[in-house]
Design a protein around this ligand. Structure first.
Ligand code: NAD
Length: 511
């Protein structure tokens, strides 16, 4: 049986092991989740929200202790773990408490006059068992928020957390046990890629995946075999565009936080900084000074913790080395750890970068900030859009009209104006990517409804014996449709002779 090691990446301390789920356990878990769906899907929304309230109370009480455990699993500083894992989750729960009713209640829609006297509405129906497959960079909230969204919508859930942060997977399992939820409503399967593959092959009714582009494509291909709906939240290479009229100190603070928070292991990190040439020297100096003042350490009294995955260090260093070989210059750092086995990567700022370098094209997912200049608004938009990714972006300007004009031209699922990353924090907004950054949206009303089948229901009173389009077809029916078509859709409607008589005779046939 495969085993995962529980290890603190910041200290190297090993605290135990965890057995991966076997294929039989995956199968059994799916059976339990299916059987639980029968009753869970019949609970009222109010009942389901009751469980969320209990979870909120538990999290609010134990948040600090949970954040520390997440720190131990990821190497991130504990304040970051608290803000971005615990607080964001609590805020989302409150959002569902207040808004889920409005978002999941049957929604009346207009019905065209020709369909009189029918009425139409949308019914949001739970899908079944939702598989949530999550990554290691925010291992708590990127697992728990999709799980809660699926639950609120009436589904049962199987979570497969990342094998890189197994202790957080265990923590989540304990959390749902503490609520407690009925058996089979939320299950956690520990393990790596094979367990994820086994889960997909058990044909869940929806797959919600957050992770790398390459993995997302494999999951989508496997899901296509059975036409399982997938939602893919993938990587990013987010641009930040700073115009000459931006609040420079605010923008420099944001660039430093946006690039280095969570050691840059954020799908929405600032990974490309484009600065107007007229303010470049001043802006670079501000960014350099602010980044130089950052403290690296663990678990607190520091701004930057350790990297979480050793593999990621290799990717970061290869991007930096390629950039340096092609002529980039190091302004700060250089992505070389203090000792060969250290998991702490110093924050790095690069200049003289060009659009063809990996550091400007591929997701680096580490504490590196490459900076380029631009001369015109069009050039800024072109550079920002010259990426296979499109997750988040930011535009910095005091000119509202220009900021919005640029924001709307960016090929990105989310855009912040005069801020970075933060669009995710508003649960009213849908979140997701375009291009290689993903498919689908979660959060916001459409994001919650994405965990349901939107069933269109059209309701006729059922009191007339037939409809005007039904058999048997008659000459009057033909005249009626031709006459009506002209009347409703032609540029200059003409009234064809005999139409009125045909309408009258067809009307009488209805009853
Ligand atoms: P990853 O793709 O390596 O792994 C993600 C999850 O998928 C893990 O649980 C893993 O075990 C599982 N998995 C791997 N192969 C699988 C397969 N063939 N079938 C089923 N499951 C499989 O990603 P990662 O390294 O954990 O996460 C980092 C990536 O996630 C980055 O690219 C980052 O940008 C992205 N990410 C995106 C968002 C977003 O919201 N768009 C958020 C966070 C992270």
């Amino acid at each position: 049986m495969a085993v995962l090691t529980l290890q603190n990446p910041a200290t190297g301390q090993t605290t135990g092991t965890l057995e991966e789920a076997t294929p039989e356990q995956v199968q059994q878990t799916m059976l339990r989740a299916r059987s639980a769906f029968a009753s869970w899907s019949k609970t009222t929304l109010a009942e389901r929200l009751d469980y969320l309230v209990r979870l909120r109370h538990y999290l609010a009480l134990h948040g600090e202790e949970l954040a520390l455990k997440i720190s131990q699993d990821t190497g991130k500083v504990s304040l970051e773990a608290f803000m971005t894992e615990i607080f964001v989750t609590l805020d989302t729960i409150r959002f569902y408490e207040k808004n889920a009713h409005r978002m999941l209640s049957p929604q009346k829609v207009p019905t065209n006059l020709v369909l009189w006297p029918k009425k139409s509405y949308i019914h949001y129906k739970p899908m079944g068992v939702v598989a949530v497959i999550s990554p290691w960079n925010y291992p708590f909230q990127l697992a728990v928020i999709p799980v809660l969204s699926a639950l609120v919508a009436g589904n049962t859930v199987i979570l497969k957390p990342s094998e890189v942060t197994p202790a957080t997977g265990m923590l989540i399992e304990e959390l749902f046990r503490a609520v407690p939820l009925p058996d089979g409503v939320v299950s956690v399967l520990h393990g790596g890629r094979e367990v994820g593959q086994a889960l997909v092959s058990e044909r869940p009714d929806k797959i919600f995946f957050t992770g790398a582009v390459a993995t997302g494509k494999k999951i989508m291909a496997a899901a296509a075999e059975h036409l399982i709906p997938v939602e893919l939240e993938l990587g990013g290479k987010d641009p930040m565009i700073v115009f000459e009229d931006a609040h420079l100190d605010r923008a420099a603070n944001a660039a430093v936080w946006g690039a280095f928070t969570n050691s840059g292991q954020v799908c929405m990190s600032v990974e490309r900084l484009y600065v107007h040439e007229s303010i470049y020297a001043d802006f670079l100096e501000r960014v350099k000074q602010k980044a130089s003042a950052l403290r690296q350490g663990y678990p607190d009294q520091a701004e930057i913790g350790s990297m979480t995955s050793p593999q990621q260090i290799g990717i970061v260093r290869s991007h930096v080395e390629e950039a340096l070989a092609k002529g980039a210059a190091v302004v700060l750092g250089g992505s070389i750890p203090a000792t060969p086995d250290s998991m702490f990567l110093p924050p790095t700022i690069l200049t003289n970068v060009t659009a063809d370098m990996k550091i400007m094209q591929e997701e680096t997912f580490g504490p590196v900030l490459p900076i380029m200049t631009f001369a015109t608004e069009d050039e800024a938009v072109r550079l920002a859009n010259s990426s296979p990714y499109g997750l988040n972006a930011s535009v910095w300007s005091q000119d509202k009209t220009r900021a919005r004009r640029v924001a709307e031209q960016l090929e990105s699922g989310n855009v912040c104006i005069n801020d970075v990353i933060i669009s995710y924090a508003n649960p009213h907004l849908p979140f997701g990517g375009v291009k290689q950054s993903g498919i689908g949206r979660y959060r916001g009303p459409s994001g919650l409804q994405a965990f349901t089948h939107s069933v269109s229901i059209i309701h006729d009173p059922g009191t007339r014996k037939r409809e005007v389009n039904w058999y048997p077809y008659t000459e009057d029916q033909r005249r009626l449709f031709i006459g009506l078509t002209e009347l409703l859709y032609a540029r200059k409607p003409t009234w064809k002779q005999g139409t009125l008589g045909a309408i009258w005779r067809e009307w009488k046939r209805l009853f």
